[in-house]
Design a binder for this molecule. Sequence first.
Ligand code: UFG
Length: 326
Amino acid sequence: MNEEYILVAGGAGYIGSHTVKKLKDGGYKVLVVDNLVSGHEWAIKGLQFENADIRDRARLEEIFSKYDISAVMHFAAEIAVPESVQDPLKYYSNNISGTISLLEVVKKFGVKYLIFSSSAAVYGIPESGSVKEDAPVKPVNPYGETKAMVETILRDCGKAYKLNYVCLRYFNAAGADPSGEIGESHNPETHLVPLILEAALDKTPLKIFGTDYSTKDGTCLRDYIHVNDLAEAHILALQYLKDGGKSDIFNLGNSKGFSVKEIIKTVERVTGLTVEASFNPKRDGDPPILIANSEKAKSVLGWEPKYDNLEEIVETAYRWAKSKKS
Ligand code: UFG
């Protein structure tokens, strides 16, 4: 058992809560810090918890004084691409000001390790089908801008202070923990897999955004990765830093692209239900294709996604979606 705490900012959210569960299962002491604006109390039942907004520096200092913190995992952020286009200041305030406030306290208390939730959104519209970490960083929406800016801030802080960090660029997180205790629950939900499941279960139509992209069937291609595989990468990244690994950036995806229509078909197959879909204009800021090359995470961190087929990912998400209804 490790004696020091891993502070998980945004640990009551979707990817945060799955990582917290994995940390606990691995014997780590975990402190969740969350303002519960989009995170959920049910996701952190029985855990050490401090309710705080990371923009509140004084409150963070209080927390860092109270606990012996050896590392920070930073998930606390606004995450919806379309909303970021409509309300960029919300994103710059939460994702940038919040991170700066957190980093100031991390620096003050001499915390040496930080794992940051970055995103494939930093690549914008990539030039090649499968993206490597050295591809140009050119976000096409404010959400992606905030993730790219934090990566830059971390690069500079890493050079100037005794801070070692890993940025994990997630592709499209999906699925739920097989325990049925936690899963994806955003309000409003904007992500494709839970929306298709909702459409299937409630018999409401799903809106497909954009049907004339230059892809095989005209709808966007994304790389869907199980949330528990993302969670596992955080633990490997922390271990990597503790073993003396240098600050770095890693893609996390399954390296396979599925179109919106293919995801709908998979949901229909897995659930045995029918999904009614309507065709709608493109959503602002949506890149046509985003597929990861995750070889670096595999070779450097020893990461290997366990859910490498889409059916399994959808299956866990379906179980969770059904349990929310009962
Ligand atoms: N989509 C629809 N209908 C919907 C919702 C989504 O057609 O009702 C489409 C989108 O247009 C997109 C695809 O489904 O083509 C996936 O959309 P999501 O909203 O599920 O996910 P995004 O790809 O927009 O963004 C997600 C995360 C980001 C992350 C990005 C990286 O929300 O944080 O994946 O790939 F940056």
